[in-house]
Design a protein around this ligand. Structure first.
Ligand SMILES: O=c1ccn([C@H]2C[C@H](O)[C@@H](COP(=O)(O)OP(=O)(O)OP(=O)(O)O)O2)c(=O)[nH]1
Length: 157
């Protein structure tokens, strides 16, 4: 069962997020674009560990990211905390899809806290303002063994 948007908002506020009224949705909370990054160096996924490659922030033009088609990394604008007994999913805002763009996202583990990131896939030129809503976080109740204790714990906070 999925939590209500009100419950998701409470979980984000517990992590220190300040939410605008428009971010509160019936079934979740909209996340904003904090920063858009472009990867400049290779990462590594090995059997012995992992490394995220170098990235640099895309420059804004007149306060707006004007993005050509391509692959970017977006850092969200809000800290997120996934409460115990839950799993989180982030989905793209449908306006992104309607503009030939999308987000690729992974599982948000119980116990994770931080400012997360996702892959922003730009299929057609688009303008995105920092702080604009691009995604929605939903929380589902879930059994789990242990809680998240990986390298990304507390990132960005
Ligand atoms: O699209 C996503 C999905 C998850 N996360 C956060 C929450 C999640 O709990 C954490 C770690 O995700 P995951 O377990 O998929 O990462 P990993 O590459 O397996 O790293 P680790 O070895 O630390 O688990 O990153 C994101 O920032 N973006």
């Amino acid at each position: 069962m999925f939590e209500s948007g009100e419950s998701v908002a409470a979980a984000l506020e517990a992590a220190g997020a300040t939410l605008e009224a428009e971010q509160r949705q019936p079934n979740g909370v909209d996340l904003t674009a904090g920063a858009v990054l472009r990867q400049t160096g290779p990462g590594r996924i090995g059997r012995d560990g992992k490394r995220v490659g170098d990235r640099s922030e895309v420059e804004t033009d007149d306060g707006t990211y004007r993005l050509d088609a391509g692959t970017y990394v977006v850092r969200y604008g809000e800290p997120v905390r996934i409460p115990e007994g839950h799993v989180g999913f982030v989905l793209p805002r449908s306006t992104l899809l309607r503009n030939s763009c999308t987000l690729d996202t992974a599982v948000w583990d119980a116990g994770y806290e931080g400012v997360g990131e996702g892959r922003l896939d730009v299929g057609h030129r688009i303008e995105i303002e920092p702080g604009a809503r691009i995604a929605q976080l939903v929380l589902a109740r879930a059994d789990h063994e242990g809680t998240y204790d990986g390298d990304y714990q507390s990132e960005g906070i």
